[in-house]
Design a protein around this ligand. Structure first.
Ligand code: ZN
Length: 324
């Protein structure tokens, strides 16, 4: 029997709504708050919806999820969340069953529990927003935030191959000799940065005179602005991005891309010697700090999960940059 689109479950090809899930445990099984799509670090996001008392979830759902999670272990390409979307048997499908399944299937990913908390007897919010057909249910969201797959089952091997393949039609330029890659960044942090084109050295009082309090905090005291705090994230006009402290042009707008991280992101600096790279083991993480090589302004960090050709993601504080 033919069904028209209005009767089919799911929201394929539509923008992914907020998950609306309020109860979470992190990958280590500890309670956490405020989790959702924005906190999921992957370029692609896979949401697995289940109920503990749903046999199909255990027979096909969790085994497929475990394969997917294993295939992308340690990769930033895909991140996962499992959500118990309760719409029946509220007595059996409880929050502690989410944690039990995280352990049972050895899945080091966040688990949510969504029984429509605060809307007594109403059932899962996620399910309503995504129009899930039931459980198990797989949702895949692409880098643009569009739902590209939603269905009761998934062919794990095929999905793994599809996600690992570059997007069709998107040219994937190879890095040339002038393109700095992660290997080059690592070498610079070990061996030192090239000489800057010029130097500007001022003392703290002089920087205070030139900068706002927030500009000073970020650039001179290694601060980080709040994610999604700047309209610069969504700015893709041609031009250059310079250091807010000394005006040195650091990035061309052509290397800027939509990362959804909440900070302006670039794949490449304008030229060698403008940005300096430093090992940063603060806050319990091993990262590479980037500074302006002319005036030592803290700009942000660089990560190895950016698009081709460099594979780099310069994750910059918008307040450290000026657009020209
Ligand atoms: Zn500077």
């Amino acid at each position: 029997m033919q069904q028209n689109d209005a009767q089919l479950p799911g929201i394929i090809n539509q923008p992914a709504p907020d998950l609306g899930v309020t109860h979470w445990i992190n990958a280590a099984g500890e309670p956490m708050q405020g989790y959702g799509l924005e906190q999921m670090p992957g370029v692609y996001k896979v949401i697995f919806c289940f109920q503990d008392a749903c046999p199909g979830c255990h027979i096909t759902g969790f085994p497929a999820l475990a394969k997917l999670v294993e295939a992308f272990k340690g990769s930033r390409l895909v991140s996962f969340a499992a959500v118990q979307t309760v719409f029946e048997d509220f007595e059996a499908n409880t929050f502690d069953r989410a944690a039990a399944n995280q352990l049972k299937y050895v899945l080091p990913i966040p688990f949510g529990h969504d029984a429509g908390q605060g809307r007594e007897g109403a059932g899962s919010v996620l399910m309503e927003r995504y129009r899930n057909g039931g459980t198990p249910w797989f949702i895949v969201i692409d880098p643009e935030g569009t739902v590209i797959y939603n269905h009761f089952s998934v062919d794990a091997e095929r999905l793994i191959a599809q996600l690992k393949r570059p997007a069709p039609g998107v040219p994937q330029p190879a890095p040339d000799a002038n393109t700095l890659t992660w290997r080059g960044v690592m070498a610079l942090t070990r061996e030192g940065n090239p000489a800057p084109p010029r130097r500007l050295e001022l003392d703290a009082a002089q920087w205070h005179e030139r900068l706002t309090a927030e500009q000073f905090r970020v650039t001179r005291e290694q601060g980080t602005e709040r994610a999604h705090s700047s309209a610069m994230c969504a700015l893709f006009e041609p031009g250059r991005y310079g250091c807010v402290c000394c005006g040195t042009e650091l990035f061309d707008a052509s290397s800027k891309f939509a990362s959804k991280s909440g900070w302006p992101s670039f794949t490449q600096a304008l030229a060698p010697g403008l940005v300096a790279y430093h090992d940063d083991s603060s806050h319990g993480m091993t990262r590479v700090e980037t500074t302006c090589n002319v005036c030592d302004a803290h700009l942000g960090h660089v990560f190895p999960d950016g698009p081709a050709p460099s594979g780099l993601r310069y994750c910059m504080n918008a307040i450290a940059l000026v657009k020209t």
